[in-house]
Design a protein around this ligand. Structure first.
Ligand code: AMP
Length: 409
């Protein structure tokens, strides 16, 4: 079975086509600048040169049609006809309290996703455009949605509630939802497999450290607490996001700087974090380079960034009354041995012993970076959210087909 994975943004659409018996990516690509005068489709097939096509793509339905044309292209395609796509899986950022797991799309699911637009105004409407665009192009193909928040729906109220008037939770569902759930889910499963231990037996902290960053306490395979909150602004310091701060900073800044609420919101989301403190960049590679060249602001930014990750790991070890495994993943977590070293430096009180050589080794594989005698295993696990979306979609479609075949006619 072939499963097409779609991640639709407001002006972009990423895709990967999986062959599920081998879990091989047949082709992947990206449509950028949807709605602008020159849109770009980039298409990649392993072992072949990348294809780039510039055209006018005004909305998502045309973008999906262009992707399907490319996948079935005589020269650059990997399938003969769209009939060879048996299911489509979509990434959806916010599933609110409604969705605790991935689901097949029907009219009711679409209605519920629409009701959640308020909670993720930048993301969910764009995902819906992707869903409708696929429906228009492939009306008979089943579609599934995989939510970034679903993995965290196992958190207890002690973790997900804010200490504010409960009427705000009851009326508006103001609470912690958490994000990067697909990634935390994938790397925790992969880590347990790598260690050859049942996930249900482990106390784990998974650190998804990329442009956006979050830590999750995973107790016996389930999300117990996570650092992002009602929105992806809370928690760790990130590329351009502030992470945790005293909420009183917001009205204080509005008054002192004569800014609007929207301007402060934009400051906290787009002009804070690594970028603001280093004054150099939101990109960790550039911050590290500046630090190595003696830039003291870059050093401070790097140290604050690592310190906050360490604080969350410590807090979650206390929350779970112990810690067996720490996982690092995503752009920075997978690639920066310097950051991993800085975070782990202050965790020796847990019996954690980093192995310098293992930490510095370059690899795209899951690996252990602690010594054999370390009491806490630290792993680097390359994340693969698309594969998890493809797997969930495949499982749901198979299950529906089985249920149909068992229904007496
Ligand atoms: P992501 O959002 O997961 O794509 O991660 C993006 C971040 O990963 C950016 O801040 C990059 O600078 C960072 N990154 C990628 N490669 C490296 C590297 N070799 N060392 C440090 N940071 C890296």
């Amino acid at each position: 079975m072939n499963v097409l994975v779609i991640n639709a943004g407001s002006s972009s659409l990423k895709y990967q086509l999986y062959e599920m018996s081998t879990e091989r990516v047949l082709a992947k690509g990206l449509v950028e600048r949807i709605g602008m005068d020159s849109s770009i489709l980039t298409h990649e097939v392993e072992g072949q040169p990348e294809v780039r096509e510039v055209s006018e793509i005004l909305e998502h339905t045309t973008a999906v049609r262009k992707v399907l044309d490319m996948l079935t292209h005589r020269k650059f395609g990997v399938i003969d006809s769209v009939d060879e796509i048996q299911a489509v899986g979509h990434r959806v950022v916010h599933g609110g309290e409604t969705f605790r797991e991935s689901v097949l799309i029907d009219a009711n699911v679409k209605l519920e996703i629409r009701k959640l637009f308020d909670l993720a105004p930048l993301h969910n409407p764009a995902h819906m455009m992707g869903i409708v665009a696929v429906e228009t192009n492939l009306p008979d193909v089943p579609q599934a949605v995989v939510f970034d928040t679903a993995f965290h729906q196992t958190m207890p109220p002690t973790s997900y509630l804010y200490a504010i008037p409960m009427v705000l939770y009851r009326k508006h569902k103001i609470r912690r939802y958490g994000f990067h759930g697909t990634s935390h889910d994938y790397v925790s499963q992969t880590a347990a497999e790598f260690l050859g231990r049942p996930l249900e037996s482990l106390k784990m902290v998974s650190c998804h450290i990329g442009n956006g960053a979050s830590c999750t306490a995973i107790l016996h395979g389930k999300s117990y607490d996570t650092s992002m909150g009602m929105t992806p602004l809370e928690g760790l310091m990130m590329g351009t996001r502030s992470g945790d701060l005293d909420p009183a900073v917001v009205p204080f800044t509005i008054n002192k700087e004569d800014l609007t609420l929207n301007e402060v919101n934009s400051m906290l989301n787009k002009h804070s974090g690594l970028l603001a403190v280093s004054g150099v960049s939101s990109d960790m590679r550039e911050v590290v380079q500046a630090m190595n060249e003696g830039n003291e602001s870059a050093r401070l930014a790097f140290e604050m960034y690592a310190y906050r990750i360490r604080k969350y790991i410590g807090a979650y070890a206390a929350a779970m009354n112990g810690l067996d495994v720490i996982v690092f993943t995503a752009g920075i977590g997978e690639n920066s041995d310097l950051l991993r070293k800085k975070v782990c430096e202050g965790l020796t009180f847990l019996g954690l012993e980093l192995d310098e050589e293992r930490n510095q080794a370059r690899s795209k594989q899951t690996r252990r970076i602690t010594t054999d005698s370390s009491k806490v295993d630290v792993l680097v696990v390359p994340t693969n959210e698309e594969l998890l979306i493809a797997r969930d979609t495949y499982r749901l479609v198979q299950k529906a087909a089985m249920a149909k075949s068992e229904t007496p006619s």
